[in-house]
Design a protein around this ligand. Structure first.
Ligand SMILES: [Zn+2]
Length: 337
């Protein structure tokens, strides 16, 4: 079987790129169709269908032209898109045209968006704080930090989850291909969009705050690939928002010149943060109790482990006096004998 990651982009004569994820999804569709036929799995068979609301087209530096007042954009690749009026609050006058490296047209549930990919180095100097922090993600809390401070899950996540489930049920009850199903799908799409925007907003604000108030931020290296396999809605929403939060922490880490460390997530909830002993506990044990006398909230203990692993990873950077071979300073004397 061909690996979908080796599929090339399709680039047509006008320099527009059909988005790769789309190709991969088509490929997967064919693969599963093939598999199902071979194995004789009953059910719907047929050509894979496009998701109706995740279309996007990407342009590089050709095929589009911004108007002089930068209030509209014209697509010149004869695909019939033509001139689009630009609404929104971002001022494009702020950037030079040659700083725009890519232009992407994205269709969302509530309209078509033009994304401009701009090449700028964003850097801000702020004073060191003297603080370091470790973050432990949970299902109940957004995260618990190594000082024992809990950040609750925002309310919109809980409310949004209920609404999503309801609209999803509404879609599944309607007859496939009917007008009513179309309408219900539109509502579902808009709900998803609203929640994902709220989630992003929350992640950006929280990430900026954490990065600005700490010199080093350590967190678990959780991979989205391993996380999306679960079918529990609450958890998958949580996973997605945590991953987004991490991406923003790393972004602000670069902007504010802070150290961000993703540490190995193994046994973070079992190890004792004071003596390093492994203390077995089940998922329902909320308190960490160790023979060394350490009694602490389970998540706070994990966050401390994450912080110490983070600090251990960073180590020494630059030239090292130890490498010269004079590990013990007292053997070298600056005095003349
Ligand atoms: Zn201990």
């Amino acid at each position: 079987m061909l690996n979908p990651s080796v599929l090339p982009y399709t680039i047509d004569s006008n320099n527009s790129i059909q988005h790769k994820p789309l190709l991969i999804s088509i490929w997967r569709g064919f693969c599963s169709l093939n598999d199902h036929c071979k194995k004789g799995i009953p059910g719907l068979k047929g050509y894979p269908q496009f998701q109706k609301d995740c279309r996007s087209v990407e342009y590089k530096t050709l095929g589009w032209k911004l108007a002089d007042d930068r209030k509209s954009i014209t697509f010149t690749d004869k695909k019939g898109i033509g001139r689009l009026k630009l609404k929104g609050t971002r001022d494009l006058h702020f950037y030079q045209i040659n700083q725009i490296k890519r232009v992407r047209l994205v269709k969302r549930a509530d309209g078509v968006y033009v994304q401009f990919c701009i090449d700028v180095d964003r850097c801000e100097n702020i004073e060191p704080t003297g603080n370091t922090v470790g973050l432990d993600v949970g299902l109940k809390e957004y995260y618990t930090d190594s000082d024992g401070i809990r950040i609750e899950n925002p309310k919109f996540l809980r409310v949004g989850e209920k609404l999503l489930k309801r609209s999803q049920r509404r879609v599944s009850r309607k007859v496939k291909g009917s007008n009513n199903r179309g309408k219900a799908r539109l509502v579902l799409g808009k709900r998803h969009l609203k929640i994902s925007r709220q989630r992003k907003d929350h992640a950006v604000k929280l990430a900026r705050c954490v990065v600005q108030s700490n010199d080093l931020i350590a967190y678990e290296d959780l991979r989205i690939k391993n996380m999306v396999k679960n079918h529990c809605l609450a958890k998958s929403i949580n996973d997605a928002s945590w991953y987004q939060f991490r991406v923003w922490v790393e972004y602000f880490g670069k902007v504010f010149k802070r150290v961000t460390v993703a540490v190995n997530p193994q046994y973070t909830s079992l190890e004792c943060s004071r003596c390093g002993e492994v203390v077995k506990k089940t998922l329902s044990t909320r308190t960490h109790v160790c023979l060394c006398g350490c009694v602490m909230d389970r998540d706070e203990n994990a966050a401390r482990i994450i912080l110490s692993r983070g600090l251990g990873t960073v180590g020494h950077i630059g030239t090292s006096a130890l490498d010269v071979g004079n590990a013990c300073g007292d053997e070298t004397s600056t005095q003349e004998r």
